[in-house]
Design a protein around this ligand. Structure first.
Ligand SMILES: *Cc1c(COP(=O)(O)O)cnc(C)c1O
Length: 239
């Protein structure tokens, strides 16, 4: 396992350098940006190594993979983020291990999350996933609510027992007006965050940026970047 450890340590150091350089370029402090390592498709043994290397936040996008992995790593000091499209029939399981659900995008999901969080006696952090490729009121291809639906959903989360409104998340769109314009997309998310924080001052998380575009996210003001490939390698299958 030491080869894997060396590889992950090397990749992590490179990502750390990129985040630091992006912070310097943007005149931001390094502490303003939290690295979340997206461990989807990789085994619990990698999560354990990452934890030993100092990673404190990991993310998964499929409950079937995440639930056993989180159970195998329950002794580690990690925060688990759920970043995938979430079906309501998976919510009970997800609430069992997720500290933050970043993909909240419809009212029925909020209602179910609230019910299950209360049932489990847990407080679950929620990010509203914003679809910047949708029309003003539609839903995105890869999940997410259009900008026009953010406020209503945020108010619903904030008023739901067992849930904590933490902020906003997006994935840079591949289609629509923001295709190929990651920084503009992330700046739009920041504008929505500024607006959201007027009504919900503590909802200050802005989750944006992946392996390919973390610099643009940091430049725009993201507080959390979600990095998979650049730390763990190219995924063996789509996920
Ligand atoms: C997979 C995934 C990431 C990480 O993507 P990489 O390109 O591997 O860094 C980030 N966010 C979400 C929502 C993902 O599904």
């Amino acid at each position: 396992m030491t080869d894997r450890r060396d590889a992950l340590a090397g990749n992590l150091a490179k990502v750390e350098e990129r985040i630091t350089a992006a912070c310097v370029a943007a005149g931001r402090k390094r502490e303003e940006v939290t690295l979340i390592v997206v461990t989807k498709t990789y085994p619990a043994s990698d999560v354990r190594i990452l934890s030993e290397l100092g990673v404190r936040h990991v993310a998964e996008n499929r409950d079937q993979d995440a639930a056993p992995k989180a159970a195998a790593c329950s002794d580690l000091p990690l925060a688990w983020h759920f970043v995938g499209q979430l079906q309501t029939n998976k919510v009970r399981s997800v609430v069992g291990y997720a500290d933050v659900v970043q993909s909240v995008d419809r009212s029925r999901l909020v209602t179910t999350l609230s019910k299950e969080a209360v049932r489990a006696g847990r407080e679950v952090g929620c990010l509203i996933q914003v679809a910047l490729d949708a029309g003003e009121s539609a839903r995105g291809e890869r999940g997410g609510v259009a900008p026009g639906g953010v406020e209503e959903l945020a108010d619903l989360v904030a008023g739901s027992p067992g849930l904590r409104l933490d902020g906003l998340m997006t994935v840079a769109p591949l289609t629509g007006e923001y295709a190929g314009r990651q920084q503009a997309a992330f700046e739009r998310l920041m504008d929505l965050s500024t607006h959201l924080r007027r009504a919900h001052p503590t909802a200050n998380m802005v989750s944006a940026g992946m392996s390919a575009d973390l610099e643009q996210a940091v430049a725009a003001g993201a507080t959390h970047v979600r990095v998979g490939t650049a730390v763990l390698g190219v995924r063996p299958r789509l996920g």
